[in-house]
Design a binder for this molecule. Structure first.
Ligand code: VGL
Ligand code: ZN
Length: 334
């Protein structure tokens, strides 16, 4: 740490000014071939200000100690979790075969790149989520007559078609997209695809088990009433980074990435390991992730990122903003 500080304290005054900090970020944010990633000026200054705790325009030794322990160390040695979302028979060749949806993508395409990652990259933890519905689940169009439709619903029970969104009665009334019956617990359709590699010490996370509430995100159900085991498992392992991929890109993969970012994880979406339902919604998913300081990469870039040899400024900025928020919380407590 001291050597690092001294190396970037070019004028030797015992502080890092913005200019010196800029050089540090240029050394930090590079790919595995040494190419420098540009960090926007606004984000650089914002990050500098997080570590210049007393606001005197320079980072002293104490401030740098915090920066080193909570930021640089994580950027150089992240703790990575790999989350493979819903690579189940029904989405690939069963009742909710996504190739029949508007984007006409093939769910089978994700298996080869995911298997390759599992073979070649040492993640600190691997998770498989499973959409895991009881047969009376609220999202099945076959069950439409079992619940009352709210007067505000844009479609009636009689007119409702697959992929439509209806509103069921409740307080508050509950929006629900309708899908064909899929991923019913303990059926062939809910099994992980037979060609997907399943690691021995991986953790399976089941979602959508409440008959009355759908669950797209692997973290929470759509009403945020109950969480899965994922949060606790990630905390237990001190995970810093989450790599998310699978099916469907614009539904469960997207919702999971949005939640991962919201609770503060450095979040990476794997484009070539994901397939979706609707092209416009896939684009929206990507935009949301990028706007919230997540990144979208191809699987070929993952190994170097997990090993800390490819370090993205977006993820560094994301972490700095999380640190800023936690410092603010602490200050409010005192
Ligand atoms: C999913 C639709 C319904 C998904 C789950 O896994 O993306 N999509 N249930
Ligand atoms: Zn489902």
């Amino acid at each position: 740490m001291d050597a690092c500080f001294q190396a970037f304290d070019k004028d030797g005054d015992g502080y890092l000014n913005v200019e010196e900090f800029r050089y540090l970020t240029r050394a930090l944010f590079r790919n595995d071939r040494g190419k420098i990633y540009h960090l926007e000026e606004r984000k650089l200054v914002e990050t500098f200000n997080v570590f210049d705790t007393n606001g005197d325009g320079k980072i002293d030794k104490d401030e740098f100690t915090f920066c080193w322990n909570h930021w640089i160390k994580i950027i150089v040695r992240p703790i990575s979790a790999f989350l493979i979302v819903d690579v189940q028979n029904d989405f690939i060749s069963g009742t909710l075969n996504i190739s029949n949806c508007s984007a006409q993508q093939n769910g089978l395409d994700v298996i080869e790149p995911i298997n390759k990652l599992l073979d070649t990259v040492k993640f600190d933890a691997v998770f498989y989520s499973l959409d895991w519905h009881p047969s009376d689940h609220v999202s099945f169009i076959e069950n439409i007559a079992e619940r009352e439709i709210d007067p505000s619903s844009p479609v009636t029970a009689e007119n409702a078609q697959t992929y439509d969104t209806v509103v069921f009665c409740g307080s508050p009334p509950q929006k629900q997209r309708l899908w064909p019956r899929h991923c019913v617990q303990d059926t062939w359709g809910s099994e992980l695809h037979k060609d997907l590699k399943v690691l021995q010490n991986a953790i399976k996370v089941y979602k959508g088990t409440n008959p009355d509430v759908d669950s797209y995100s692997v973290f929470w159900d759509n009403k945020k009433m109950t969480d899965t085991t994922l949060c606790a498992q990630l905390r237990l392992r001190n995970a810093t980074d989450i790599y998310i991929c699978g099916l469907a890109y614009d539904v469960c993969v997207g919702a999971t990435a949005v939640d991962a970012l919201a609770i503060g994880y450095r979040t990476i979406l794997l484009d070539d390991c994901s397939r979706g339902v609707d092209l416009t919604d896939i684009e929206k998913t990507k935009n949301t992730v990028i706007t919230n300081s997540g990144v979208i990469v191809n699987s070929s870039q993952v190994k170097a990122m997990v090993e800390g040899r490819d370090r993205r400024p977006e993820l560094g900025y994301k972490l700095a903003m999380e640190l800023k928020a936690s410092i603010c919380e602490k200050n409010e407590e005192n």
